[in-house]
Design a protein around this ligand. Structure first.
Ligand code: FAD
Ligand code: FES
Length: 387
């Protein structure tokens, strides 16, 4: 009876039949690759706050990036949805901080999570991971978290993945899931990189495209070397129209550096794609916050102000987030996305002014009572906050 009611309800939705089919496929394929050691005990919460991870292996891709495979110290990794990330905590030179990394492995197995960390200019955590971390090292993390994922009820069955640089990682997890599970979805992946040598997972993605008719893949090189006969340029309107002419039927997913992210969004908007069909993942706070629209012209990013927290007075650069200043000073703040989305890093601004970067999902009550997301807030003078 319940089944009939659900089917009747789904039948009234525009994509009801597709949803039923997706549910059928997911039922048919779920659980078949989950190792016994990874099955949650009834007493365990499905999403625990802290994951205890051990590095099982580190693989150098030879492309300025390494793949870290983590297993659980206590034998349990929570399920996740393709596209989600974990937030990895590190202790570097006495500073406890964290960075989110998308899980690049497929959610269809939970013996391990893989993340792929790319080298960044003047990196901090990325340098540490790439240069010092080895098999056997232990970490804590939170997550899996994030909303950059495929949602069968709201998203089109056809997807357009627009990835830049290390932004390929959540797309890879989604692609692996779709193809491994034989899900009835159609994907066009356009991957923008400076050079073919910088393209992560190029061989794997090329092989998928050759094997699966519902997956098309184009590497688009912005700085091609002589002899490169693939796609050149940027992920702009002309290129998207040519390589994904049915873009209007697709839900678009953008992931990559802020500039590329903004550029692709503008291109899609110019093509008439409504906002609800554009999903974006921000890969963290932008380095060049001074180039953010609305940044106060009188500030260079190097001014040092004071943050007062209770009895303590901490130095804070205008170009660094309040969260970074707190972490540098050893003050612990709850944190997960570092992108303004999860609200965990909220602090109350008691006095002073901060610059709030774009992408902060601030609740009405937070705004009303003066709460800010410390990962997206930059001091514009001396400020006082309450944790
Ligand atoms: C949802 C999400 C998913 C992501 N997935 C991936 C992924 O799959 N692969 C990937 O490569 N990246 C990914 N990223 C980006 C990743 O989180 C990091 O931002 C990236 O690895 C660069 O980290 P970094 O610390 O080297 O540089 P940044 O994050 O740019 O940090 C540098 C900043 O650290 C601070 N800092 C420097 N020195 C110190 C110090 N001594 N004490 C305290 N603070 C200091 C300064 O503010 C400096 O500007 C993702 C980001 C998000 C938000
Ligand atoms: S850490 Fe998620 S909003 Fe700041």
């Amino acid at each position: 009876m319940a089944k009939n009611i659900r089917e009747t309800l789904l039948g009234t939705l525009e994509h009801g039949q597709e949803i039923m089919e997706n549910i059928r496929v997911m039922r048919a394929v779920s659980g078949d690759k989950i190792p016994t050691s990874s099955v949650a005990k009834p007493s365990e919460a499905i999403h625990r706050r802290e994951l205890k991870l051990v590095v099982q292996s580190v693989m150098d891709t030879g492309r300025q990036a390494k793949i870290f495979r983590f297993v659980s110290e206590d034998g349990y990794l929570p399920p996740f949805e393709a596209g989600q990330y974990i937030n990895l905590f590190t202790q570097i030179g006495g500073v406890r901080t964290s960075r989110p990394y998308s899980i690049s492995s497929s959610p269809r197995q939970r013996a391990y999570y893989e993340i792929t960390v790319a080298r960044t200019k003047d990196g901090f955590v990325s340098d540490y991971l790439l240069d010092q971390v080895k098999a056997g090292d232990r970490f804590t993390a939170n997550g899996p978290a994030g909303v950059f994922r495929y949602q069968p009820v709201f998203h089109s069955k056809k997807s357009l993945f627009l990835a830049g640089g290390s932004g390929i990682t959540p797309m890879l997890s989604m692609t692996r899931e779709i193809l491994e599970a034989g899900l009835d979805r159609d994907v066009v992946l356009l991957y923008g990189c400076r050079s073919p040598e910088a393209a992560l997972y190029h061989e794997e993605l090329t092989a998928y495209a050759a094997a699966f008719p519902n997956f098309r893949y184009h590497l688009v090189v912005s700085d091609p070397v002589e002899g490169w006969d693939g796609e050149k340029g940027f992920l702009d309107e002309t290129l998207i129209r040519r390589l994904a002419p049915d873009f209007a039927e697709r839900t678009s997913y953008i992931c990559g550096p802020q500039v590329m992210n903004d550029f692709c969004k503008s291109a899609l908007e110019a093509m008439g794609v409504p906002e609800k069909k554009i999903r974006r993942e921000m890969f963290g706070a932008r380095r060049d916050i001074q180039n953010e629209p609305g940044w106060p012209k009188e500030l260079t990013g190097d001014e040092v102000f004071t943050i007062t927290v209770g009895e303590r007075k901490l130095p804070a650069k205008s170009g660094e987030s309040v969260l970074t200043a707190l972490e540098r000073a050893g003050v612990r703040v709850n944190v997960c996305c570092r992108s303004g989305e999860c609200s965990l890093c909220r602090v109350r601004l008691v006095s002073g002014d901060v610059f709030l970067a774009r992408g902060m999902l601030r609740r009405y009550a937070d705004e009303k009572y003066g709460y800010i997301h410390s990962c997206k807030a930059y001091p514009m003078g001396d400020i006082e906050i309450m944790l």
